[in-house]
Design a protein around this ligand. Structure first.
Ligand SMILES: [Zn+2]
Ligand SMILES: [Zn+2]
Ligand SMILES: [Zn+2]
Length: 219
């Protein structure tokens, strides 16, 4: 079976609801160098899609991790015949988070992850996987707000760079990113492809360092 075969299915575990998301049969056999897959459980602006970029004969997967919250990258040759399924593991936990193969193989690998994940979260003191996801989104909501000052200066920066064509994105289309924050960074996110750029929050309150930013590249 080849990755770009007409029966190959790609899937991943949604980092927000924990559900298994699968794409159509043969998604990678279609023309085009970029492919994204979304769960649909959230507003489009909150969602982090699975992204696959084709570079030469290699598919580069960027998989949002439903376990550790990071995104993990994998490269798989499109010409490589593989037996069974490609399982992309979270390097922190070793559990499968992204899958490619026949639909049956993808679904059964995802079920194996579900079983291991349930055991892992119960070990950690959560009643169910659902209670783990609820606790995580409550935590994320509590820390994901920019202050009005930060919003203002970020908006100022973005609006000054757009006319110069100095905001670039992975998808080549987005020019007006959404703004949010994550930890100590402001995060600019493309509403089309989900690519991001980070700017440390302390720079936002330092107009001299802010003025030194002459381009933003979301990837
Ligand atoms: Zn979801
Ligand atoms: Zn992970
Ligand atoms: Zn984009």
């Amino acid at each position: 079976m080849k990755l770009n075969g007409i029966k190959t299915v790609v899937g991943y575990k949604c980092p927000f609801c924990g559900g298994t998301v699968t794409g159509p049969d043969g998604a990678l056999s279609l023309s085009g160098d970029m492919f994204t897959l979304r769960c649909g459980c959230r507003d489009k602006k909150d969602e982090i899609p699975l992204r696959i970029e084709k570079k030469g004969g290699v598919y580069c997967f960027t998989v949002p991790c439903f376990i550790c919250g990071e995104t993990h990258k994998y490269s798989v040759s499109s010409e490589n015949d593989f037996g069974g399924t490609v399982v992309m593991n979270c390097p922190m936990t070793g559990l499968g988070i992204g899958f490619a193969g026949s639909r049956d193989d993808v679904e059964s690998s995802a079920r194996e992850t579900d079983v291991s994940f349930r055991a892992a979260v119960e070990d950690a003191g959560f009643e169910t996987p659902e209670s783990f996801f609820e606790a995580r989104s409550a935590y994320e909501e509590s820390r994901s707000a920019l202050s009005p000052e930060e919003i203002t200066s970020l908006n100022f920066l973005v609006k000054s760079l757009i006319p110069e064509g100095a905001i670039q994105c992975f998808c080549g289309v987005c020019t007006e990113p959404e703004m949010n924050c994550d930890g100590d960074d402001a995060v600019l996110k493309c509403p089309i492809c989900g690519a991001t750029a980070r700017i440390p929050l302390r720079i936002l309150s330092d107009p001299y360092r802010l003025a030194e930013i002459d381009e933003i590249n979301m990837k």
